[in-house]
Design a protein around this ligand. Structure first.
Ligand code: TXA
Ligand code: MG
Length: 346
């Protein structure tokens, strides 16, 4: 499997993956190769977390800054001792309640985990994913797997195998296609080192659920503090090529009209039906609850982008439950500098 060949594409049943198909992918991981695979949140780009050379390839392929640490995925909590040490009691309680699932815990690093995996930090981020395909793959691999989201650095995270192929195509050795990811936004990253636990990145497990499980307050990291404690949050993120603007629900229709009037090709992610039709308007309706919005968010951004929208107007949601993660992703996507359109002049 050389650099220029297309990746080996393995299709599996998302609910009952055939272990025989995943055996090949597991072996590839053990041998130091890169395997993209579905988790319940987004697709991950995996490598053996204990193999510094394999992990270094993840950074190269993604174009990821070396100080942005990776999440280590394990099959079950008992495997934690190979990657973390001095695990606090509070962390154990959360593992019991939320693993397997979209909660990543930042813990003291065990010496076996190379510094390249943790971006030079003495802590390691760990989770047990809830997707049957990810769990079966970890079982076959028999090693902890470091996996960031399988997008090129800065792009919206991939929630379908096609997104991985679009972004990283021939640079990955194996892509396991297990269909769309159910949650659609990444895991919650929680730092338990201080007196009050701090959410470094809101995600699939809500702040409210964490507070309930811990019986006390959980803080959401302030941007400046985050830049220090979680290097990844410093970098450009989730950016579609189009400009992204966050719009209050009640202002959506008026805002769409204004952009159309200016002659823009407009994409709208809207929870309410819009009483507008225009050939330059593409609406991605997200009726229903926040889980559905989260599930479709990255897919919608990529699709509206592929349709040549110059601006994407995304409906704001209340910052409760999954809404905190949705608004975090929208803000980061909106803050990023849009890349110039292919035909843009100097
Ligand atoms: O849902 C997810 O978490 C997905 C799937 C594949 O598991 N993975 C993912 O990885 O989103 P990535 O690399 O895109 O994001 C990892 C985040 C970054 O914000 C990074 O800075 C933070 O976790 N992180 C990792 N290790 C850390 C550590 N030791 N201390 C603080 N933050 C850490
Ligand atoms: Mg990512």
């Amino acid at each position: 499997m050389g650099q220029d060949e297309r990746p080996l594409l393995l299709r599996v049943d998302p609910h009952r993956p055939d272990p025989a198909i995943l055996r090949q992918a597991g072996r590839a991981l053990r041998e130091g190769r890169l395997v993209a695979f579905p988790t319940e949140t987004v697709y991950g780009l995996g490598a053996n977390a204990l193999d510094a050379d394999a992990v270094a390839r993840i950074f190269a392929v993604k174009g990821r800054p070396a100080d942005n640490p990776l999440i280590v995925h394990i099959r079950r909590p008992e495997e934690l001792e190979h990657v973390a040490k001095g695990v606090p009691e509070r962390a154990r309680r959360l593992m019991e309640r939320f693993w397997p699932g979209p909660l990543t815990l930042v813990l003291p690093r065990a010496p076996d985990v190379p510094l390249v995996t943790t971006g030079g930090l003495d802590t390691v981020a760990v989770r047990v994913p809830a997707h049957p395909v990810a769990l079966a793959l970890l079982e076959e691999a028999g090693v902890p797997v470091a996996a960031p989201s399988a997008n090129r650095s800065g792009r919206p995270s991939p929630t379908r195998a096609e997104h991985v192929l679009d972004d990283l195509g021939g640079q990955v050795d194996v892509v396991v296609d297990g269909g769309p990811c159910p949650v659609g936004v990444e895991s919650t990253v929680l730092d338990l080192s201080g007196h009050i636990p701090v959410i470094l990145r809101p995600g699939g497990v809500s702040r409210e659920a964490l507070e309930e499980a811990l019986g006390g307050p959980v803080a959401v990291g302030a941007p400046r503090e985050l830049a220090r404690r979680s290097p990844g949050t410093r970098y450009r993120h989730y950016a579609p090529r189009a400009r992204l603007v966050i719009v209050a629900a009640e202002e959506m229709e008026e805002t769409v009209r204004r952009w159309l009037w200016r002659g823009a090709r407009v994409g709208a992610l809207s929870r309410r039906p819009l009483d507008l039709s225009d050939p330059a308007l593409l609406v991605w309706p997200v009726p229903g609850d926040l889980a559905r919005y989260a599930h479709e968010l990255f897919d919608a951004l990529r699709w509206l982008d592929s349709q040549g929208c110059q601006v994407i107007l995304a409906e704001a949601v209340p910052e409760e439950g999954l809404g905190l993660a949705i608004m975090d992703r929208l803000r980061r996507a909106a803050a990023a500098e849009p890349s110039p359109a292919p035909d843009a002049g100097p």
